[in-house]
Design a protein around this ligand. Structure first.
Ligand SMILES: [Fe+2]
Length: 287
């Protein structure tokens, strides 16, 4: 499937490919708008990791298509479902499941009922009938460093606050692949007001793992194990004075002064890495 960045892919079904040994990448329908002069993302990618006893679904997309049915055609193993964070492109299909795990600092709550999200992305298509018909589900919480045992396969929780307060990545000890959600991405939207030094420390913690490659949520290609170094160099060079104005042009959402620091020419440049932040959070993030 050819996908144009910033344009709805108009897909109604998921598409998957092998992203690693026993790991499927699943491209879900939908897209993200902006921000900035660079086009939005055409890719919304969930991952399915197979153990011998259980399978792990990492993120549930926008819910535009029936992801549960799609996953059940790929595996008969019982499913554990995780959201790397609770934005609607990662949690939109949650209602199809009884229980969803998130990082313990993502919602600020104890294990409990749904009720901590969601803004809707304006202009995004509606959830499919199967999601709309889904029941109530519970969030369960994961701690930094906690192991998820799928049988013959351990995934380790790596908390990386910054994009959201409790974003997590998952490190697959079998393959050395880090499933990074939006915490490590070609263009990180830095929205939680977390000090950059906290984000930097979390990236260094992730970098200490024996990472072979990084699989993110909005890009179909692996980012490379050295991508964290690029992010660290970007953070070290962070200069709000030279940051580019990046319009937050999402209809129906509050207008805020968004800026973007980046290296590289544009999104297709293999060296491209960017971090966009709100100017009204500048004091918080630079403390
Ligand atoms: Fe996302």
């Amino acid at each position: 499937m050819e996908i144009t960045l910033g344009i709805d892919n108009h897909a109604t079904e998921c598409v998957s490919w092998q992203a690693g040994d026993g790991i499927y990448a699943i491209q879900c329908p939908g897209y993200l708008p902006g921000p900035g002069r660079l086009p939005g993302w055409g890719y919304v990618v969930s991952y399915l990791v197979l153990g011998t006893d259980r399978a792990l679904l990492v993120d549930t997309g926008f819910g535009i298509s029936d992801l549960k049915r799609y996953v059940e055609a790929l595996t008969h193993l019982p499913l554990t479902v995780v959201n790397t964070h609770v934005h609607p492109d990662h949690s939109g299909g949650n209602a199809q499941f009884d229980e969803v795990f998130v990082g313990e600092h993502e919602t600020g709550g104890a294990d409990g009922d749904e009720g901590v999200l969601f803004y809707q992305v304006p202009g995004q298509r509606d959830a499919c009938a199967a999601v709309k018909a889904g029941g109530h589900y519970r969030f369960r919480f994961l701690r930094d460093g906690e192991a998820i045992d799928l049988g013959g396969r351990i995934l380790r929780v790596v908390e990386i606050p910054g994009h959201t307060p409790g974003s997590i990545a998952l490190f697959d000890e079998n393959t050395g692949l880090l499933l990074s959600g939006d915490a490590i991405l070609k263009r990180v939207f830095y929205g939680a007001g977390v000090p950059l030094r906290v984000y930097r420390a979390a990236l260094c913690k992730a970098k200490a793992l024996p990472i072979r490659d990084i699989l993110s949520a909005h890009w179909p290609e692996p980012l490379g194990a050295d991508f964290i170094d690029k992010m660290l160099r970007l953070l070290d060079a962070f200069d709000p004075e030279t940051a580019e104005r990046a319009e937050w042009s999402v209809p129906g959402m509050e207008r805020r002064d968004l800026r973007m620091c980046f290296f590289g020419r544009d999104f297709d440049d293999p060296d491209f890495v960017a971090l966009s932040f709100f100017m009204d959070q500048l004091e918080q993030i630079t403390q």
